[in-house]
Design a protein around this ligand. Structure first.
Ligand SMILES: NC(=O)c1ccc[n+]([C@@H]2O[C@H](COP(=O)([O-])OP(=O)(O)OC[C@H]3O[C@@H](n4cnc5c(N)ncnc54)[C@H](OP(=O)(O)O)[C@@H]3O)[C@@H](O)[C@H]2O)c1
Length: 235
């Protein structure tokens, strides 16, 4: 039996990933920073609700203790993330990007991912087939963002792409440090969720596909890579 934790799974891509992995036979901890939202979402799917705020040391440590006491972890999906749009849906421009805004985005997307990975690593390293999926973005690709014909090239924000580029580097370095782990960064594609005021052009079913696939990577599968549904992406 494979036990999986998905952070930020009370809605959006994380929720859909939980639904699919439950259908594939995983025991799923549905992570949510809000206990009530987590309880309702987990109840809808038959998952285990786990309160986990990735920006909070005590919350992450308590979540790790719970999962350890209940038997351990095989798969971690670091999905929780924020884009930091303004209330009117617009992306904060380069001219308006402040250090404080960068810090907020990095606190969830990068430091949160590292906080959770660090806390759950001892459990994962006890698994026979440990897997980590880091939900990155196409906007993390330096190659893509510097090519005028790439879909993300016109994206005006600074903090979000920078935070996801950091996620990619974190993935590469963990992969080298822990060779028994399959750890990869994935780009779901532009998907209609609350993150982008539902402006995305894909459904959550389409967006979750690569997350679900990489969560099921076997011991012989790739590690330290960056993938979308069509295959490897350039860094
Ligand atoms: N949608 C896209 O087009 C797209 C494209 C590329 C990558 N991504 C990435 O995909 C991931 C999922 O995003 P989504 O599109 O599904 O967005 P979403 O519907 O807004 O879901 C984001 C999830 O992250 C949770 N979250 C935010 N801050 C958190 C924290 N401090 N601790 C724990 N959970 C937290 C949210 O919880 P609350 O409900 O409590 O806010 C929510 O469950 C993100 O990493 C995002 O960057 C999305």
């Amino acid at each position: 039996m494979t036990t999986t934790l998905i952070t930020g799974a009370n809605k959006g891509l994380g929720f859909e990933t939980a639904r699919r992995l439950l259908a594939a036979g995983h025991t799923v901890y549905l992570g949510s920073r809000d206990p009530e939202r987590g309880r309702v979402a987990a109840g809808r799917l038959g998952a285990r609700a786990l309160t986990i705020d990735v920006t909070d040391d005590a919350s992450v440590a308590a979540a790790a203790r719970t999962v350890e006491a209940e038997g351990g972890l095989d798969v971690l999906v670091n999905n929780a993330g924020i884009e930091g749009r303004r209330p009117d849906g617009s992306v904060v421009s380069a001219a308006d990007t402040t250090a404080e805004e960068m810090r907020t985005l990095f606190e969830t997307n990068v430091f949160g991912l590292v906080r959770v990975t660090h806390a759950f690593l001892p459990l994962l390293l006890r698994s026979a087939a440990p897997v980590v999926v880091n939900v990155s973005s196409g906007l993390a690709s330096l190659t893509g963002m510097t090519r005028e014909d790439s879909p993300g090239h016109a994206y005006p924000g600074v903090a979000y792409p920078a935070s996801k580029a950091a996620v990619n580097m974190v993935t590469v370095q963990y992969a080298k440090a822990f060779p028994t782990l399959r750890i990869n960064a994935v780009e779901p594609g532009y998907t209609a969720t609350d993150l982008n005021m539902n402006t995305g052009t894909q459904t959550v079913e389409e967006g979750a596909e690569i997350i679900v696939r990489m969560a099921q990577t076997g011991p012989g599968g790739p590690t330290g890579g960056y993938f979308d549904v069509a295959g490897r992406l350039p860094w």
